[in-house]
Design a protein around this ligand. Sequence first.
Ligand code: FNR
Length: 376
Amino acid sequence: WKPEIKRQSKPPLNTIINTFDFEAIAERTVTPKTWAFYSSAATDLLSMKLNKKAFDQVLFRPRVMRNNESADTRTKILGFDTGVPFFIAPTAMQGMVNLDGEKAMAKGAREENVIQIISTNSSHPIADIVSSGKGPQKQTHFLQLYVNTDRQKTAQLLASAKACGLRAVFVTVDAHLAGKREADERLKVDVPVKSAVSGAISHNDEKGGGIGRLMGLYVDRTLNWEDIPWIKSVAGDLPIVLKGIQTAADAKLAVKYGVQGIVLSNHGGRSLDTSPPALYTLLEIHKIYPEVFNSLEVYIDGGIRRGTDIFKALCLGATAVGIGRPYLYALNYGAEGVAHLTQILKDELETTMRMCGVRDLSGVHPGLINTRKIDA
Ligand code: FNR
């Protein structure tokens, strides 16, 4: 597979000051098919748009006079150190925006000590991704798992992920079917794209060219709660996180089934349109089953574009948040773009913390925000 010639040249990286700059530049410089696959969401894009809007409707209740000379963004995710309370969400086929794909993502992530979650539909083999991120300091990677209809393949994938040093398994539970992503479907793929990890291939068929749909054909539609003991048995000592929880009731079930974490997510609005933004689900858990927060780690993703968004999620009890599309658009600039995006978000988060009177992440709490506009 070869990328098309870029449609326009890119401005220098140092002129980019926020996630939206990266997005606008990606729209006019990556190939039309890459843009369609990355930016698209299910049907009317309502969940995707609401994801960001939900954050915009939460206001701060800043505390002043707190000696905020600096702010410390370090924390732990599942016990692993990270420089920031956000991680690189798993996104498929990163080789479509940059030939080095997940390998360049790993390099950029290492620069700022960000945890990278590697998709089952990665362009590059896991071993290559992990080794290209290697450096003097230790880097943490997790695996995102799509359970295969051929369970043997899933068992093999987990064994090789463990051998490569991956530290946790994020099982995606909201994409057993592909969402109807019309922009992706309408635009045919020029050349088939293939994942080096799952082996899934996307070429056009009678329905269209939807990479999301075609690369998800191997995913087990029968997956259910009773499969969790099996997943645990093949994951061994790796912690299990369920990605794609959308109700407090399922969050409670996740506790019952003994997983170590959940990602509240609607898959960036790509799976079921009008599914709730993660922020709504977070509030619902607070209202109905707040004890969930004592039993496992809760992460959220979808629409997080600013340091203020990250801080709001943390105030509401999230241990960390996932960033999806912005990292894909930053990868348009290779590893340097990835590091640059992390610095931008970290800097925005530090500013927010200091303005709210918080010195380190042990100081976040719901009293620092006002959710009245989105409280149901
Ligand atoms: C995704 N996402 C995703 N999730 C997952 O569990 N496995 C995957 O392979 C992918 N692939 C993927 C590809 C692309 C192009 C996108 C945009 C997203 C979903 C991802 O992990 C995350 O939930 C959302 O991207 C979060 O929303 P934002 O940050 O993109 O708004």
